[in-house]
Each structure stands twice: as structure tokens, then as C-alpha cells.
Write a protein that binds this ligand. Structure first.
Ligand code: HEC
Length: 227
């Protein structure tokens, strides 16, 4: 049978095309399903969370951590509800990851507190004996790159119509404000203050009170948002 096919290159090419096109359609169909639209309650990242996400990407956290909980009992028991595609509606790029040297982080905001993360990122093996996760002490003394985070939000708003400055639930309240650069900066600082209100680390608290935003605060804002 294959001999017959190999003697007809044109027909062979057409057959290959049809089979690949068919497989492609099958793969794409789930994306049109309801679950892949932004799920109710999904919101774009605030600028502070975006800055944290950029640090996460920069430090390559997804080389060790996935953000995709599969629908298996062993995973849902440990991490919670399995991941739905609509939850990633505002993720650019996706950070699903394929490695799990560490646990999945897609819902880590549900069970790790700001204070715990603050101590853990400083020295993971002090909290989790035997941990192979590196410490990230630089994040406590370096400030975020606010300009790049603002630029990202501004760009995805313009290019992908990510709903910043919009009332998503129709309750007359803007869900994630962006506005002007200076306004966004003020909001990010306010958010940083809320996050640092319940931590014990004095140095970080003082830095935020002086109007600075250390990287660790943005990273934790991002981790807290993973729910
Ligand atoms: C070399 C691999 C590696 C890298 C890189 C890494 N981690 Fe981890 N991470 C681990 C391991 C292993 C654990 C489990 C042990 C522990 O809690 O320390 C962990 C645990 C965690 C936890 C606790 C999760 C839980 O459910 O208890 C968080 C949060 C976390 N990592 C965040 C990060 C962030 C943010 C980065 C990037 C700045 C990062 N990790 C980079 C390996 C890594």
C-alpha cells in the first residue's frame, strides 16, 4: 500500500496536507469552548503584580516550577482545583512550565502567606530543610523596574485590548486601573503598602514608606495573585 502511495508524490502531498490540517483543527477546537474565555472574576494583573511577574520570568522560576495543575486526584488534593484555560486569559507569555523541581505554583496564593514568602525567598532551606531552591537576597535591596511594568500593561491594553480601566462586573467600579504613568505609580505604591502592612521585615517596610518598591514586594504581590 505504501509503495503505491510513494509512487504518487502529488497525491501523497495532498494526503499529508489533509491529515495534518485535520489534526490541527482537532487541536484548535477546545480553544473555542466556553472554558477558554476569561473566566468570571479573571482580572488583568496590576502593575505591581506585573513587575513581580517580570522578575519571575527574569529569574527563570519556571525552570523549576510549573503553573498548571492537572486533573488528577494526586494534584488536586495537593494544590486545589485543576487549572482551566480561561484562567490564563491575561497571561502573556504563559508560564505553564514543564519542570517540577519544586511544587506547582498556580494556586500558591491560597496557602502561602506574604510573611512566609518573605522568609522563604531569603533563605529557602531555613524554612524547608533540605530545599534545593536558591535564595534570592538581591531582591530585598533592588527596586523594581516600574517603567517596564507600566510599558507592558500599556502595550497589552493597546495591542490585545486587555481590559485595564474597565468595569468588568458592571458594578460601576473600575477593576484594574492603569491611567497615567504617575497615577499608576501612586497605585502601585499603595498596593505595596497594603502588602507590607502585615510583614515583620522592618527594612522592607521602611523602604516602602520612603516611596521605594523592592523587587521582593512585587514578586510576592504576584505570588499572592496566583489563586
Ligand atoms: C532550582 C530549582 C528552583 C528554582 C530556580 C526556584 N525554585 Fe522555588 N522551589 C524549589 C523547590 C525544590 C521547592 C520546594 C522546597 C521549598 O519549599 O523550598 C520550592 C518551593 C517554592 C515555593 C513554595 C511552594 C509551596 O507550595 O510550598 C515558592 C512560593 C517558590 N518556590 C517560589 C519560587 C520563585 C518565585 C522562584 C524564582 C524567583 C523560584 N521559586 C525558583 C525549587 C526552585
Amino acid at each position: 500500500m505504501f509503495h503505491w502511495l510513494e509512487q504518487r508524490p502529488f497525491f501523497f502531498a495532498v494526503a499529508v496536507f489533509i491529515i495534518i490540517a485535520f489534526a490541527g483543527v482537532i487541536e484548535v477546537i477546545p480553544d473555542f469552548a466556553k472554558e477558554s474565555r476569561p473566566i468570571v472574576g479573571a482580572k488583568p494583573y496590576t502593575i505591581l503584580q506585573l513587575a513581580g511577574r517580570q522578575i519571575y520570568i527574569h529569574e527563570d522560576c519556571n525552570a523549576c516550577h510549573s503553573q498548571l495543575i492537572r486533573p488528577f486526584k494526586s494534584e488536586t488534593d495537593r494544590y486545589g482545583m485543576y487549572s482551566l484555560s480561561g484562567e490564563y486569559a491575561y497571561d502573556r507569555p504563559f508560564l505553564w512550565g514543564s519542570e517540577r523541581q519544586g511544587p506547582d505554583l498556580h494556586r500558591v496564593g491560597n496557602y502561602r502567606t506574604t510573611d512566609w514568602n518573605m522568609n522563604h525567598m531569603w533563605n529557602p532551606s531555613a524554612l524547608v530543610p533540605g530545599s534545593i531552591m536558591p535564595s534570592y537576597k538581591d531582591m530585598y535591596s533592588q527596586d523594581i523596574d516600574f517603567g517596564t511594568a507600566y510599558a507592558e500593561a500599556y502595550t497589552v491594553k493597546k495591542v490585545f485590548s486587555t481590559p485595564y480601566d474597565k468595569d468588568l462586573n458592571g458594578n460601576g467600579k473600575i477593576d484594574v486601573p492603569l491611567g497615567s504613568y504617575s497615577n499608576a505609580k501612586k497605585l502601585a505604591l499603595q498596593e505595596a503598602m497594603v502588602i507590607t502592612a502585615d510583614i515583620k521585615n522592618k527594612k522592607i517596610k521602611e523602604a516602602v514608606a520612603e516611596g521605594k518598591i523592592p523587587q521582593i514586594v512585587a514578586l510576592i504581590a504576584y505570588l499572592n495573585s496566583l489563586k
